[in-house]
Design a protein around this ligand. Structure first.
Ligand SMILES: [Zn+2]
Length: 383
């Protein structure tokens, strides 16, 4: 399996007149159609019976959550670029390469294969070896699955590696600070929150950083609200009282505390998890709030520390939808294809182009936004 992927990717790379550095292909495609025809991604299209990356995924028995996440990740152009160009091969760790290799295999099939739909079986079994829960044919939470996938890809591809690849490591979302370990995953998805923590008695302020790959947003309404309402709710000042009080080192006792978060490092691709599954004690329910989210120009500047406000505007690139209830449900994905610039609906093997106006629905569960570049990168050709 590994050999096959490597061969394919090497072939792909050698055909390219201009190996792209960074994420230029993505931005060139997104912003400047002049470069469109010369892009390597476009080059192989003539041989394809269908658009690249517009490929369905077979359901292996309740694997719609996996398919929806794979579709979204396989529509993030810089990530596609990284895997299809074969760059990932040099980063691969021998002791934990199985998941990343399987991911590359599925992505290669989705982008360069001849079939209108492919099976994610290889990826599922590689992933299931590490996390047996995902091998069972039961419903899983797409957000939880995404955390594990990003974590595994990071572990396989990071530059500063741990000595051994332990099974079931701590997800990166639980780490407190940005580590020295760099991977395509941290480069694209990792952000940092800064918490200011103020004692309400002595007004002494302390600060704490926390890395994130997914922001879990509360939903402030049962019926209708905007994504900005959810963001305001997340970033508003929180007062911790009673048993939530925090120890103040100046007062030397627990005190009422005001906590406020802001983004101190904005990721290139920011993922929002809309907390539709509400658990109050023993009561569980799904919020069916119609959350309005913009397709372009989502402004995050109110939540980003002023010094770090470089690219505050974001554009939607993918959506995971959830239908049904907590116990039984179905996941689908909407993804924008970087080659055709059109939106597609992916419902396992069923794929259809949809108008922009259909991308906003009340079933949205995960939203992927990418930041707009300031300038159009010029193609970097190494002759
Ligand atoms: Zn104090």
């Amino acid at each position: 399996m590994e050999v096959k992927v490597q061969r394919r990717c090497t072939k792909m790379a050698s055909e390219r007149p201009c190996p792209a550095d960074d994420f230029s292909i993505y931005y060139v495609l997104a912003e400047c159609t002049d470069h469109y025809d010369s892009s390597p991604v476009k080059e192989v299209e003539e041989n394809q019976p269908h658009s690249q990356g517009v490929t369905g995924l077979r359901n292996l028995g309740n694997t719609c959550y996996m398919n929806a996440i794979l579709q979204c990740l396989c529509s993030i152009s810089p990530l596609v670029e990284y895997f299809l160009s074969g760059k990932y091969i040099t980063a691969l760790q021998k002791d934990c390469s199985e998941v990343a290799t399987a991911f590359a295999y599925v992505m290669t099939d989705m982008w360069l294969g001849d079939s209108e739909c492919v099976s994610p079986e290889i990826f599922r079994s590689a992933f299931g070896n590490l996390y047996p829960a995902f091998m069972k044919k039961t419903q899983q939470d797409a957000q939880e699955f995404l955390i594990y996938v990003l974590n595994e890809l990071h572990e396989s591809l990071k530059k500063c590696h741990r000595k051994s690849c332990e099974k079931g490591s701590i997800p990166r979302c639980c780490r407190k600070t940005i580590a020295n370990e760099v991977s395509i995953i941290t480069q694209l998805f990792e952000g940092q929150l800064n918490y200011s923590i103020m004692c309400l008695k002595c007004e002494n302020c302390t600060y704490k950083n926390e890395v994130f790959t997914i922001l879990c947003l509360p939903i402030p309404s049962d019926y209708e609200c905007s994504l900005q309402d959810c963001l305001q709710c997340f970033f508003q000042q929180d007062t911790l009282t009673w048993h939530n009080q925090i120890h103040c080192s100046f007062c030397e006792t627990k005190q009422e505390t005001a906590v406020r978060a802001s983004i101190s490092k904005a990721p290139k691709v920011i993922i929002f998890h809309l907390k539709r599954f509400d658990i109050l004690g023993t009561m569980k329910r799904k919020l069916r709030t119609d959350i309005h989210y913009p397709l372009t120009n989502l402004d995050l500047s109110p939540y980003i520390c002023p010094v770090f406000r470089k690219h505050p505007k974001y554009n939607l690139c993918a959506v995971v939808n959830h239908f049904g209830d907590l116990d039984g449900g179905h996941y689908t994905a909407f993804c924008k294809n970087s080659v055709t610039q059109a939106w597609y609906s992916f419902d396992d093997t069923r794929v259809s182009e949809i108008p922009d106006t259909s991308v906003q629905t009340a079933t949205a569960y995960l939203l992927f936004y990418s930041c707009q570049p300031f300038s159009i990168p010029i193609k970097k050709c190494k002759s």
